[in-house]
Ligand binder design. Structure first.
Ligand code: ATP
Ligand code: LTN
Length: 333
């Protein structure tokens, strides 16, 4: 709660082209909160540099992510959309929170374990303390709810632990946030290996469907998706490939698993996969159209970034000033 307002906060790293996993697990759900909550959604460029980035690409993807937020239905008049590095309070609070976060806690984070195994040449301190920066993002805005895919639940839980630890010393300093995980779409899996999360940094482009893939590419990727033995379209734990495609189809069409099983009873996987590809392409076509318009107006995007950063700073400054005072840092008038 910031004053009387309930707050929803989330972020996406501009670390690659955004996938339908990012869309269904996170971004699509962000807008839901704007009627009743004060909403802040950041482009987490400071998180992205925990793995090596090409600067020009990071810059380009930052514009693209702002444009995609808007194209996915986030109206900047109703949601504060901004770039993390433009609000310096994030890095400052992250340092303070680092001093309240335990080595053992950070060592247990599965994302750290995965990413340090994948980037053995660059296991930097930022990759390790990443959750303290994420906690700073969330706590600066006195956030109530954090809509994320299930892979981020552990980080939000650590953020809660940090907030509670600090609140024990200074009661009420931070709102303790709740992760909001969608029932359907919380974890979209790779099309090449349905036991792994679909991830924007996957090296195999056929494993991943990007929000901006054109219709033919989308349909081709779904056609090639790994399915399971047998030929029945049935939602079952022993059919992870088909279950993943059914989840995607259900998210894009709103149909339940039973309806989907009935719709495709007696037809082979080929027809089903084509239908999934078409449903994804149909649902994303308006997002892509709007995205193209927004990207054509760079000055317009920059104006939105500036407005977003100014709005976010107003809130961030207030929380950080309170925290610094509690820490015992000298305040000059
Ligand atoms: P990276 O590969 O760089 O780690 P990512 O694809 O996992 O990136 P993030 O920027 O870490 O994407 O995630 C942005 C949001 O999208 C988070 O809320 C995350 O939980 C959600 N998300 C990411 N991948 C998926 C997925 N496959 N299914 C559902 N939600 C996802
Ligand atoms: N760590 C997140 C992105 C992220 C985020 C946040 C999510 C950065 N700051 C604050 C929720 C709240 C990720 O990798 N998906």
């Amino acid at each position: 709660m910031f004053g009387e307002q309930k707050v929803s906060y989330s972020g996406v790293q501009p670390s690659g082209n955004l996938t339908i996993g990012n869309y269904l697990g996170a971004i699509r759900n962000f807008a839901e909160y704007s009627a009743q909550y004060k909403t802040f959604y950041c482009v987490a460029d400071e998180h992205a540099i925990t793995v090596r980035q090409v600067p020009a690409e990071l810059r380009r993807r930052t514009y693209e992510t702002v444009a995609l937020y808007m194209a996915c239905g986030l109206d900047p008049a109703q949601n504060t959309l901004y770039v993390q590095s433009m609000v310096h309070e994030h890095a400052e609070l992250a340092w303070i929170l680092n001093c309240f976060t335990m080595f053992g806690e950070l060592s247990r984070m599965t994302q750290f374990k995965d990413k340090s195994a994948r980037h053995t040449d660059n296991i930097n301190a930022g990759l390790f303390t990443y959750p303290a920066l994420m906690a700073a993002d969330i706590l600066l805005y006195q956030t109530d709810v954090v809509p994320v895919g299930i892979d981020q639940k552990q980080h939000v839980e650590l953020c809660r632990d940090i907030a509670e630890r600090i609140n024990q010393i200074w009661p009420g300093l931070f709102t303790v946030p709740e992760p909001m995980i969608p029932q359907n779409g919380m974890k979209i899996m790779s099309l090449a290996d349905p036991t792994r999360k679909m991830s924007k940094s996957d090296e195999n482009p056929n494993a991943v469907v990007y929000i901006l893939d054109d219709r033919d590419t989308m349909i081709r990727k779904f056609r090639r998706a790994v399915t399971d033995s047998g030929s029945e379209v049935r939602y079952a734990a022993d059919k992870p490939g088909v279950a993943n495609l059914m989840t995607i189809y259900s998210c894009f069409t709103g149909k339940s698993m039973e309806e989907i099983e009935r719709e495709f009873a007696g037809v082979g996987y080929g027809e089903f996969k084509l239908a999934v590809g078409e449903a994804a392409a149909d649902a994303l076509a308006p997002v892509q159209r709007r995205y193209t318009e927004l990207m054509a107006d760079k000055a317009g995007l920059e104006a939105q970034m500036k407005k977003g950063a100014e709005e976010a700073s107003w809130y961030a400054r207030r929380t950080l000033a309170k925290v610094k005072k509690k820490m015992g840092f000298v305040q000059l008038s």
